[in-house]
Design a protein around this ligand. Structure first.
Ligand SMILES: CC(C)(COP(=O)(O)OP(=O)(O)OC[C@H]1O[C@@H](n2cnc3c(N)ncnc32)[C@H](O)[C@@H]1OP(=O)(O)O)[C@@H](O)C(=O)NCCC(=O)NCCS
Length: 333
């Protein structure tokens, strides 16, 4: 997909929420055959947060959204829409967006969940922004949240060390002319479905005693296939978007890539000919929180004053599906 919005729409507030429990690489080495050196050098991860068992996505998503509302200085009742990007909803249905709507008291909002795995936040941001730009609604919230600790197989050391839990949220509304989302390029390629997936629990293979015994309700990943595709597509797609809009890496104030592996992120930054200090990195502390990586990294960049009104910002993602995309914005506040 290649698109520009019909009207200037941007992000006007951010928030985040992480569980308090820190799980270090050394902690993992006590429960599986791994070590800090392997995880750090292959991925850039030092620690992650894992929620207490029984924590639903809504329980991180709602506080993240409340923080975004507070930072924007508006009430939940002023939202028209809540889009929740997640692969770990509270339940298969009803949607987690309904629970979050109730928890924050967004009495005038409708909502839906969207699943594009690690690209979920970017796809949800563009869906919400398109509805605002088209005039259907005035103001939306986009929440990216995942409780990855509920779907990792601790017997699979090559995958379980990579993920963490968290939630990020943004407010999306009309902004001044020339600011907000400038352009996006979003893609899917379903031929990659088999390389990163949860085999059971859907209509194709409903949950049964056999699927549980076969550990099919966990993430299954072909790490090297995903790695190769992610490096190529995230880097090429980000570069394409910059070239299409006539921007060079030195004009980019902030690059916020999906935080899956520092080597994938570095490859994308290199393709953009970007000064490494302009790339937002928090994978070392939170690992891959799937739909939450981009909104939480963005929130932290705002908190650290790394972005100002008018700055050029690029967001880039890659995830299961395969799904990938990039969005270029002029920061709106
Ligand atoms: C998973 C990943 C980190 C593996 O890195 P890698 O460089 O391919 O790993 P290597 O080939 O160097 O090492 C594999 C070896 O390490 C071992 N290994 C795997 N996980 C390990 C761990 N946690 N600790 C120690 N050793 C581990 C493997 O068993 C294998 O051993 P072998 O060679 O004896 O069979 C990498 O493929 C990756 O990041 N893939 C993309 C994952 C991703 O980003 N997914 C989400 C996309 S949104």
């Amino acid at each position: 997909m290649n698109r520009r919005l019909a009207a200037p729409v941007g992000i006007t507030g951010t928030g985040e929420c992480f569980p308090s429990r820190v799980v270090t690489n050394d902690d993992l080495s006590k429960i599986m055959e791994t070590n800090d050196e392997w995880i750090r050098t292959r991925t850039g991860i030092r620690e992650r947060r894992w929620a207490e068992p029984g924590t639903g996505a809504s329980q991180l998503g709602a506080p993240a959204l409340q923080m975004a509302l507070d930072n924007r200085g508006i009430k939940a009742s002023e939202l028209d829409l809540i889009v929740v990007a997640t692969v770990t909803p509270d339940t298969m249905f009803p949607a987690t967006s309904c629970r979050i709507q109730d928890m924050v008291g967004a009495t005038n909002a409708f909502g839906f969940d969207l699943n594009a795995a690690c690209s979920g936040f970017l796809f949800a941001l563009n869906a919400a922004a398109g509805m605002v730009a088209g005039g259907a609604i005035n103001r939306a919230a986009v929440v990216g949240v995942d409780i990855m600790s509920t779907i990792i197989n601790l017997e699979d050391r090559s995958t379980s060390v990579l993920f963490g839990d968290g939630a990020g949220a943004v407010i999306v509304e009309r902004v001044e002319e020339g600011l907000g989302i400038l352009d996006s390029e979003l893609k899917v390629d379903g031929t990659g479905a088999c390389f990163l997936h949860m085999p059971a629990g859907g209509s194709l293979k409903p949950a049964s005693a056999e699927t549980v015994a076969a550990r099919e309700h966990y993430i299954h990943q072909s790490g090297s296939e995903v790695f190769k595709k992610a490096v190529r597509e995230m880097a090429d797609n980000s570069r394409l978007l910059m070239d299409r809009n006539g921007f060079t890496g030195d004009q980019l104030k902030l690059f916020v890539p999906h935080q899956a592996n520092i080597r994938i992120m570095d490859a994308a930054a290199k393709r953009l000919e970007l000064d490494p200090s302009r790339m937002m990195v928090n994978i070392d502390r939170y690992a891959n929180t799937t739909a939450a990586t981009i909104p939480t990294a963005l929130h932290q960049a705002v908190q650290e004053n790394r972005v100002e009104k008018g700055d050029l910002v690029a967001l880039a993602a890659f995830g299961a599906g395969f799904t990938w995309g990039a969005t270029l914005l002029r920061w709106a506040y």
